[in-house]
Design a protein around this ligand. Structure first.
Ligand code: HEM
Length: 281
C-alpha cells in the first residue's frame, strides 16, 4: 500500500474529512435558518425577495455552491458509514467485562440521527426546491410592490411555506427532523474540534456548552416556521395568516388550470391599519 493510500484510508484522515465537511454543513444550517426566519416578518416581501435573490445569483456561483454542499453531504455521510464499519470490525466479538464507555445518548445515536438528516435533506429538496411533491406550488406567484424587485413577478415562497406546513403531518415531520438535527449537533459540534486536535480537557466543557447552545438555536430557529403555522391553524393566535392563505388558495387553485395563482395580501395591510388604530391595551 502506498503512503498516499495509507493516509487516505486512515481513521485520522477520515475524522478530519468528517470535521471539515461537518463544519461546512453546520455553517450552512445557520445561514439557511436565519434566512427562513424572514417568514415571520409580517408579510411575503422579505422571504420572497430573499429567495428570488438566491435563485437569480450568477449560475456559476449558485451551482458551485449547490455542488459544494451536495459533495459535503455525500462525503460526510459516506465517511461516517466507513468509520462505523471500521469500528465494528476493530471491536472484539465477545467481552469478558463490559467496558464502561462514557458516551452521551447523542454520541451513540449519531449514525441514526445522521441518516434521518440525509433522508430529510432529500425529501426537503424535492418538497421546496424541485417542487415535485406539490407541483401545484410552482404556480404561486407574487408581484413585488417595493424595493429592488418592484414591479417584478416573483415565486411566492411565503405562501408555499405556509401551504406546505398547513398539512399538520408535514409540519410535525419537519419538527421531528429538526429535533434529530439538533440532537446530532449536540455531539457533532464539540467532537468536530476534537477531530482536528483543538479540544483539550480544559476547554472540553466550554465546547460542550457551545455545542448545546448551537443545537438549541438551530432546532428552535428551524422549528419556528412549522410551529407558527400549526399554532395559527389550530388557535385564534394568527402568527402567520394560515387560514386566509389556505382559504384563498383552495378557492383559486381548482380554477387555475396551470396558470399563475396570486394570493391577495391586501388583508395584511387592513390588519396592520386596524392594529395601528386599536393598539393592544
Ligand atoms: C423548517 C425548516 C426549513 C424550512 C422552512 C426550509 C425552507 C426552504 C425553502 C423554502 C427552500 C427553497 C428556497 C427557494 O425557493 O429558493 C429551501 C431550500 C433548501 N433547504 Fe431548506 N428549509 C428548512 C430546513 C432545512 C434543513 C434543516 C436543511 C438541511 C438539512 C435544509 C436544506 C436545504 C437545501 C440544501 C435547499 C436547497 C438550496 C438550493 O436551492 O440550492 N433546509 N428550504
Amino acid at each position: 500500500m502506498s503512503n498516499l493510500t495509507k493516509t487516505l484510508s486512515s481513521s485520522l484522515f477520515k475524522k478530519y474529512v468528517m470535521a471539515i465537511t461537518g463544519f461546512a454543513l453546520a455553517a450552512f444550517l445557520l445561514i439557511h435558518m436565519l434566512g427562513n426566519l424572514q417568514v415571520l416578518e409580517g408579510g411575503p416581501h422579505a422571504i420572497n425577495a430573499y429567495a428570488n435573490f438566491l435563485q437569480t445569483l450568477p449560475w456559476e456561483f449558485l451551482w458551485g455552491f449547490r455542488l459544494g454542499l451536495a459533495l459535503c453531504l455525500v462525503i460526510h455521510f459516506a465517511t461516517a458509514y466507513l468509520l462505523v464499519i471500521e469500528n465494528k470490525k476493530a471491536r472484539p466479538q465477545t467481552y469478558a467485562v463490559k467496558k464502561s464507555v462514557v458516551s452521551s445518548a447523542a454520541a451513540k445515536t449519531m449514525i441514526y440521527t445522521g441518516t434521518v438528516i440525509l433522508l430529510f435533506a432529500i425529501v426537503h429538496i424535492l418538497h421546496y426546491t424541485v417542487l415535485c411533491l406539490n407541483p401545484e406550488f410552482k404556480s404561486l406567484e407574487w408581484v413585488c410592490h417595493s424595493g429592488m424587485y418592484e414591479g417584478k413577478t416573483l415565486h411566492d415562497v411565503y405562501a408555499m411555506v405556509i401551504l406546505g406546513f398547513s398539512n399538520t403531518w408535514v409540519a410535525l415531520a419537519y419538527i421531528v427532523a429538526m429535533f434529530a438535527i439538533g440532537f446530532h449537533l449536540v455531539h457533532a459540534v464539540s467532537s468536530m474540534f476534537q477531530s482536528v486536535g483543538l479540544r483539550d480537557e480544559q476547554v472540553r466543557y466550554k465546547l460542550n456548552a457551545v455545542a448545546v447552545i448551537y443545537a438549541v438555536v438551530i432546532f428552535g430557529g428551524f422549528s419556528i416556521a412549522p410551529l407558527s403555522v400549526l399554532i395559527s391553524k389550530y388557535t385564534p393566535c394568527q402568527i402567520l395568516p394560515v387560514k386566509e392563505v389556505v382559504k384563498q388558495y383552495n378557492a383559486k387553485a381548482p380554477k387555475a388550470n396551470g396558470k399563475a395563482i396570486f394570493v391577495d395580501y391586501k388583508f395584511l395591510e387592513c390588519k396592520k391599519a386596524c392594529d395601528k388604530a386599536n393598539p393592544a391595551k
